[in-house]
Design a protein. Structure first.
Lengths: 256, 239
């Protein structure tokens, strides 16, 4: 379908303009491929608009942090999307996966000394953490240990416990998704540790030191993100300690 | 359209479920009061840990009040908190697992056994203290959560003893545990004195009377039970 590519790119740009209720209704009624090229609002939003609107669709708690005015009919109108195969949004948008945000959060985790801003955790995104958990399981598998169940179990219990503790310690509460997302992102250095376990054995002094360093790195970045997102002053070390206990359990799984 | 209906119904069910959980959790666990005990910061935790292992130099043990309610632990090092006991309990279970692991006696079941036995002893101790406070008819403002907090402070000493036992062997364990037992004894006496004894006696004036003597014995009994538990819960981990 030679038309398909053109329609596809056109669909990207034309559907994500703001106050678009009338535009969606006309889409729903219009089966014609050629007719869909008509752009109701006549403007071409930048690629950034696609990113923000797609974030809108993926989380109800999102309140338009990224400088684009939202309109509530947007969330309703996406339900009329699936009227036909031609009008479905691209897969990544529908799943709410946004590679740019994932990369930003990964960079924040990798540099625990740089102060983070509190708004990055406003959209709870679980795809990055899922990727890191799978990567951890895969590197463990490479080292000969089939521990997928332990990884998932410990992360679930750890998320529940951290959620309870953070709700008690902070003035504003947190949701389960936010806690799971932060803890999952900060699992990335642990993947590096288990990757190095494939190359050389971690049972000696060097392995212990490396494991301690990685645990410290993970818990420092997790506590940094939590304290900046929840505005808790003077409690970073207090949050880092339970995170260190949790990541210490993961390190035990990796080393032994 | 049917799928959109299903999605809407599903999300409404999920939010209803969450509402029910939120409403009922308030009945089981007083979240508002618990938040007071977790309002700590790093400076407070550092000072409190120092007090737990070296309480001899501290002069003023009175909890500061602010318009009839005790000040949050952030602002007063004498106020009880729940962060240290909870973290100490979890760390104790992990260190016990580590100790068992170095002696090749480790299995995930034994970890669960340690955790549940420590929790059971904690509950028994708190219930015993509550019962004795009721029998002696003391007019005190110690709540159950306060008692849990005070009983949880001994886990700090236990952890220090266990770690030194792992690093330095049996002599290190006995020396450090002995020191921690003495310090937790002094800590408990000085803290509970102000809460259980009458005001005059707390200031050091000798007040005669059976009631006050009974309260004094009660305070000393509570404080003496702590080192016993500390030894009981750790000696089998150091061989």
């Amino acid at each position: 379908m030679s038309n398909f590519e053109q329609f596809h790119s056109d669909f990207y740009q034309s559907s994500y303009t703001i106050d678009n209720q009338e535009g969606y209704n006309s889409y729903g009624s219009n089966e014609n491929l050629c007719g869909s090229r008509k752009n109701p609002t006549g403007e071409r939003p930048q690629a950034g608009a696609f990113v923000t609107s797609e974030m809108l669709l993926s989380s109800q708690s999102y309140t338009g942090q990224i400088l684009q005015p939202i309109c509530s009919p947007d969330t309703l109108s996406h339900l009329s999307y699936t009227n036909g195969f031609d009008e479905e949004p691209p897969l990544l948008e529908e799943l709410g996966i946004n590679f740019d945000h994932i990369w930003q959060k990964t960079l924040t985790v990798l540099n625990p000394m740089k102060p983070a801003d509190g708004s990055i955790m406003n959209e709870t995104d679980l795809t990055g953490p899922m990727v890191f958990c799978l990567a951890l399981g895969a590197t463990l598998l490479l080292a000969g240990k089939v521990h997928f169940g332990y990884v998932y179990g410990m992360s679930a219990i750890g998320c529940l416990a951290m959620h309870a503790l953070l709700n008690l310690m902070s003035v504003t509460g947190v949701s389960h998704g936010c806690v799971a997302s932060v803890l999952g992102y900060c699992l990335l250095p642990m993947v590096i540790l288990s990757g190095s376990a494939v190359v050389f054995s971690l049972q000696g002094i060097l392995g212990t030191l490396l494991a301690l360093f990685i645990v410290g790195w993970c818990s420092l970045s997790a506590s940094k993100i939590f304290t900046s997102a929840l505005a808790m002053e003077g409690q970073q070390l207090l949050i880092a300690y339970p995170c260190a206990l949790l990541y210490g359990l993961f390190a035990l799984l990796t080393v032994f | 359209p049917v799928s959109s209906l299903a999605v809407a119904y599903g999300t409404s069910l999920a939010s209803q479920g969450r509402d029910i959980v939120d409403r009922n959790i308030d009945r089981l666990v007083p979240v508002g009061r618990l938040k007071y005990y977790f309002a700590v910061d790093t400076v407070y935790v550092g000072r409190k840990l120092g007090l737990l292992v070296f309480p001899f130099m501290h002069q003023d043990w009175q909890v500061r009040y602010q318009q009839d309610a005790p000040v949050a632990p952030r602002f007063d090092v004498n106020a009880p908190d729940l962060y240290i006991p909870v973290m100490a309990f979890i760390t104790y279970v992990l260190v016990a697992g580590l100790a068992l692991g170095t002696q090749n006696r480790f299995s995930p079941d034994s970890l669960g056994l340690q955790a549940s036995s420590a929790l059971a002893w904690l509950i028994v101790e708190v219930l015993a203290i509550l019962l004795s406070l009721y029998l002696v008819t003391v007019n005190t403002d110690l709540t159950t959560i306060d008692l849990i907090a005070f009983s949880g402070y001994k886990y700090v000493g236990m952890i220090v003893g266990l770690v030194s036992g792992l690093l330095f062997g049996k002599t290190g364990y006995y020396v450090v545990l002995g020191w921690c037992c003495i310090s937790i004894f002094v800590f408990m006496i000085k803290t509970l004195r102000l809460k259980i004894l009458s005001e005059a006696a707390a200031e050091g004036v000798l007040v005669r009377g059976a009631k006050n003597q009974l309260r004094m014995y009660l305070t000393m009994a509570i404080a003496a039970v702590q080192p016993l538990f500390m030894y009981w819960l750790t000696y089998h981990l150091i061989r």
